[in-house]
Design a protein around this ligand. Structure first.
Ligand SMILES: Nc1ncnc2c1ncn2[C@@H]1O[C@H](COP(=O)(O)OP(=O)(O)O)[C@@H](O)[C@H]1O
Ligand SMILES: [Mg+2]
Length: 371
């Protein structure tokens, strides 16, 4: 996928701006606060209908403005145009359209414009709480598997209904309720489907991660393992068996679930262990090793998407070079060179061959000249 052009109106600090990246590696440089991250945020909005920095749409609306509008012109690797518009006003909900057709629900857009972000704060995927890892894996699978995303959304709905019922039962001091079994059964079915897909993803992804370590000349041995909240190993279980085990578990923990007003088992409680040389990265790796793991994880994600979708994702790299040494940077740029399009932000202009560099300042001046 190639972004040919994107224009911004009233989006964060950009009143009006157009950016036309080249194919291959692009560099956007400018001082802090000049709006580099905002440019990537806009691209992310077009690709995934939301940002990777801002909490909500209203945060992206330039202060005191009534609306923002993003127009991204993408071209698939096969040459098909995808014109994405994202508009938002304070009064109306956000609207997304592709080639003038309204996108609804937004989940149907996910995967159409594959996109990977890469920012220093994402290190939380490794060092942060399990929810960060679940977010990573869910987003990674969702972009390559529409059905998985639908399962996730359904799971969230059923889970919240079950939890509401648990709360009501607790208030009524009830121990059991026939409706609870129905919600548990529904939940078990979707939970099994999600767990199976996550397990499969981890298996397929681990191979690419190992390959990436080799490609980057790193001697450590990376790995990933799924940590299910279901007691006992799930490595060999098929979907039906898992469904039954979830059912059994929900039955066994009914009382304590009611007492806590929460469903204590399921994909929303699972975790992924990231390993290097069979040890947990989170607990044993140095800062440098952790960062290396993160980089290889992201680069593998690119390979994974390319192979699963037959489409090279767009890579958005926000301010990553500040934390890397020269040699590692060189290696990453070499790997990125084999990818489709990458857009990198940085405060300092780097003099490296094979890149298209542009300053925020020059983008702004161009707009003023055209005005
Ligand atoms: N909704 C908004 N309206 C106007 N300005 C904003 C909004 N959100 C963020 N900003 C400002 O935009 C500027 C650019 O932010 P950012 O894109 O993160 O810059 P950079 O990545 O170049 O350091 C910052 O000064 C920030 O305060
Ligand atoms: Mg920034």
């Amino acid at each position: 996928m190639i972004l040919q052009s994107i224009s911004y109106e009233n989006f964060r600090n950009h009143r009006i701006l157009t950016y036309e990246p080249a194919e291959g590696i692009n560099l956007i440089f400018g001082p802090n606060g000049s709006g580099k991250t905002s440019i990537l945020e806009g691209i992310h909005y077009c690709a995934l209908t939301r940002g990777f920095v801002s909490a909500g749409d209203a945060d992206c609306l330039e202060w005191q403005q009534e609306y923002f509008l993003l127009r991204g012109d993408f071209r698939s690797d096969e040459g098909r145009p995808q014109r994405v518009h994202v508009s938002y006003t304070r009064e109306k909900e956000k609207q997304v359209s592709v080639n003038k057709n309204e996108v609804k629900p937004f989940s149907t857009h996910i995967g159409r414009i594959p996109c990977i972000t890469f920012t220093p704060s994402e290190i939380g995927i490794i060092t942060g709480p399990p929810s960060e890892r679940r977010k990573f894996i869910d987003s990674a699978i969702s972009q390559t598997d529409r059905r998985y995303l639908e399962d996730l959304l359904a799971y969230r709905r059923v889970l919240s209904q079950r939890n509401t019922l648990l709360m009501q039962l607790n208030e009524r001091k009830a121990q059991h309720d026939p409706t609870l079994s129905i919600w548990s059964e529904n939940l078990a079915g979707i939970a099994a489907a999600i767990a199976i897909k996550r397990r499969r993803f981890i298996g397929e992804f681990s191979i690419r991660l190992e390959n990436m370590y080799r490609e980057m000349d790193i001697r450590e041995n990376p790995g990933m393992a799924y940590r299910s909240s279901l007691p006992g190993a799930i490595d060999a279980a098929d979907e039906e068996e898992l469904r039954e085990r979830f059912m059994k578990r929900y039955r066994e923990t009914e009382k304590s679930d009611i007492m806590r007003e929460q469903t204590m088992t399921g994909p929303h409680r699972d975790d992924i262990a990231f390993l290097f040389n069979e040890k947990e990265v989170k607990r044993y790796a140095s800062q440098g090793q952790t960062r290396t793991f993160m980089i290889c994880l992201k680069l593998s994600q690119h390979r994974f998407y390319s192979q699963m979708l037959g489409e090279k994702p767009i890579c958005l790299l926000d301010d990553i070079f500040s934390e890397l040494d020269e040699r590692r940077t060189e290696r990453i740029l070499e790997v990125l060179g084999t990818f489709g399009q990458s857009i990198i932000t940085t405060t300092e202009r780097k003099e490296t061959g094979g890149m298209t560099a542009v300053s925020i300042d020059s983008l702004k001046k161009r707009m003023e000249r055209n005005a």
